[in-house]
Ligand binder design. Structure first.
Ligand SMILES: Cc1cc2nc3c(=O)[nH]c(=O)nc-3n(C[C@H](O)[C@H](O)[C@H](O)COP(=O)(O)OP(=O)(O)OC[C@H]3O[C@@H](n4cnc5c(N)ncnc54)[C@H](O)[C@@H]3O)c2cc1C
Length: 119
């Protein structure tokens, strides 16, 4: 919920709350965990929207990942393709490799009108 600090600007704790199935805080469940160091370990969230993605204006799905199918790998912006974690959400390296290969094929097909790359 928030990081708590003292007048010297030092961290003293973190206020947290239990969440429901939609990861929304449940009122009345807030409590404080004492801490003097806080590391944000949020690598399993969707890609950062601010900056490039916002400027592109590409639509994202309900989980915040870029909207693109697994055949054309096209996003909602012309000539912009997405594959891997950015498209499917946090996953495994093998999926990123597979999607990268398939996206390369889709892009080749789009640019050249034909492709010899395997799907
Ligand atoms: C903590 C952690 C542990 C994991 N452990 C495993 C595991 O044990 N086994 C497994 O199979 N998978 C694991 N994964 C998942 C795996 O790492 C990912 O699924 C995989 O790396 C996704 O590959 P990707 O190419 O789609 O994205 P990434 O590997 O994230 O590559 C995206 C690249 O784009 C760059 N980038 C981002 N924004 C910009 C920008 N605006 N301009 C230029 N470059 C940009 C990033 O710096 C990054 O290099 C783990 C992931 C995490 C976070």
């Amino acid at each position: 919920m928030k990081i708590i600090g003292n007048a010297k600007g030092q961290v003293t704790g973190v206020e947290v709350a239990r969440v429901d199935r939609k990861r929304q805080p449940i009122e009345g469940t807030e409590f404080v965990i004492k801490a003097d160091l806080v590391l944000l370990a949020i690598g399993f969230a969707h890609p950062v929207h601010e900056g490039m993605l916002a400027e592109l204006g590409a639509k994202h799905d309900t989980r915040g990942n870029l909207l693109a199918d697994t055949f054309s790998y096209k996003t909602t912006v012309d000539k912009v393709f997405a594959a891997g974690d950015m498209r499917r959400g946090q996953s495994l390296v093998v999926w990123a490799i597979r999607e990268g290969r398939q996206a390369a094929r889709a892009i080749d097909l789009e640019l050249m009108g034909r492709t010899d790359l395997p799907r």
